[in-house]
Design a binder for this molecule. Structure first.
Ligand code: KIV
Ligand code: ZN
Length: 445
């Protein structure tokens, strides 16, 4: 694999991600998630900010001792106590990294740090020198880089590279940049900073304008070869770039992003689930890649397309990201074809007339219920069956069984049919004017 094509994935779920409200993790939780991130195949695992608390120090140390494959990074401000503590936490790692940061924007220098640009440059250089005295692998981040004066940013980066930094990270700390601008900044730094070709350039984007992933990808296209991101996109305020989105954009669109990672994408969904289980903080249903609806289809036309060929409406398979399967959600936008397939999966081969009747009841019900689950569909089949049987009995015809001998999951159809028989009769769902309805209202495919 050519170095030029390889993008390192730096996971900061346990550090920047943990800084999001409700997402703090104890030592045991960090260890569990770190094991999963190792399985996922991230290159760098930022385990925490050791000076921030005794608990975080212990967590970073435990991760550094147990997780052997990835680089284990610890965060430190540009001061001696932080750097020494970070080193104590990661020194047992197979591949330790100290990640030290200092703001470079005038806004931060004047209002937060109250230091001059000269002080800032010296502090950054001294901090990297100190970190380097402990550890070969040192990352430096000029916090708020995207709102910093570019000339000054170049000066600081040049100084820290001379001092021994091996990665220079360019944080869009407040999520202010837009993709073309962020890409331009990376290109400018590549052109102007002496020695930058010897180090890895890293992108670190926050999502305040919803552009964290777009900015990260733009940075990669401009020459960044490390992306800092988090599972589920958790992080300060609106979060960090979402790891699963960055990785899958490169995986699904190699024509536009001809870069590779070593992420085992089938572990994306399990990683997301584990994080949610640990923090209790869920993701929105429409979240790309790992949201509940990311592989769910409700519209009739979409369901029909999906049944014919999933390529029609899915650009990646659910299995490729570890989601067990596509879901055809039965709601008011669903069509006859999807309902027929759902009935067949439950063991009921309906003829055209029966399907029409079930579908009509289904649409009436779906108008009121957001989602119609399998139990409700079974009720509808039962209603149709009872209605058909009694009309046949009146006309003296024999009763035709509706169920085939297929299985629903592990439940044989005979059992299912019995369940249908035994279920109490549900109230008949009507639209109020069924006698006036014609078959051609069944527009659903
Ligand atoms: O957003 C930021 O600037 C950071 C740095 C500490 C890298 O998280
Ligand atoms: Zn950050």
């Amino acid at each position: 694999m050519a170095e030029r094509d390889y993008v390192r994935i730096f996971d900061t779920t346990l550090r920047d991600g943990e800084q999001s409200p409700g997402c703090s993790m104890n030592v045991g939780e960090k260890r569990r998630l770190a094991c999963q991130l190792d399985r996922l195949g991230v290159d760098v695992l930022e385990a925490g900010f050791p000076i921030s608390s005794e608990g975080d120090f212990q967590a970073v140390r435990a991760v550094a001792q147990e997780i052997r494959r990835p680089v284990i990074a610890a965060l430190a401000r540009c001061c001696q106590a932080d750097i020494e503590r970070a080193w104590q936490a990661v020194e047992a790692a197979e591949r330790p990294r100290i990640h030290t940061f200092l703001a470079t924007s005038d806004i931060h220098l004047q209002h937060k740090l109250k230091i001059s640009r000269r002080d800032c440059l010296e502090r950054a250089r001294d901090a990297v020198c100190l970190a380097k005295s402990f550890c070969q692998d040192v990352e430096f981040s000029p916090e708020d880089a995207t709102r910093s004066d570019v000339e000054f940013l170049c000066e600081v980066l040049e100084a820290v590279i001379v001092a021994g930094a091996t990665t220079v990270n360019i944080p869009d700390t407040v999520g202010y940049a837009v993709p073309a601008e962020y890409a331009d900044l990376i290109s400018t730094l590549r052109n102007r900073v002496r020695g930058i070709e010897q180090v890895t350039i890293s992108a670190h984007c926050h999502n305040d304008l919803g552009l964290a992933v777009a900015n990260s990808l733009a940075a990669v296209a401009a020459g960044a070869r490390q992306v800092e991101c988090t599972i589920n996109g958790i992080g300060e305020r609106a979060g960090n770039a979402s790891l699963e989105e960055v990785v899958m954009a490169m995986r699904v669109r190699p024509d536009r992003y001809p870069y590779c990672t070593t992420v085992a994408t089938e572990h994306l969904f399990p990683s997301s689930q584990l994080l949610t289980a640990i923090t209790g903080v869920g993701v929105q249903p429409n979240k790309a890649i790992i949201g509940r609806n990311a592989f769910a289809h409700e519209a009739g036309i979409h369901q029909d397309g999906m049944i014919k060929n999933p390529l029609t409406y899915e650009i990646m398979t659910p299995q490729s990201v570890g989601v067990p399967s596509t879901r055809l959600v039965m709601g008011k936008h669903s069509g006859r074809h999807a309902l027929q397939i759902r009935c067949e999966r439950m063991g009921f081969q309906l003829n055209g007339r029966e399907l029409d009747m079930v579908y009509r009841l289904f649409i009436a019900l779906a108008d009121h219920a957001k989602v119609v689950d399998d139990g409700r569909i079974l009720d509808l089949i039962r209603q149709v069956r009872i209605a058909r049987t009694s009309s046949r009995e009146c006309s003296g015809q024999p009763r035709t069984p509706l169920a085939s001998d297929a299985h629903v999951g592990a439940m044989p159809v005979t059992q299912l049919s019995n369940a249908v028989e035994r279920a109490p009769a549900p109230p008949l769902v009507t639209t109020g004017n069924e006698s006036e309805q014609h078959e051609d209202y069944l527009w659903g495919v």
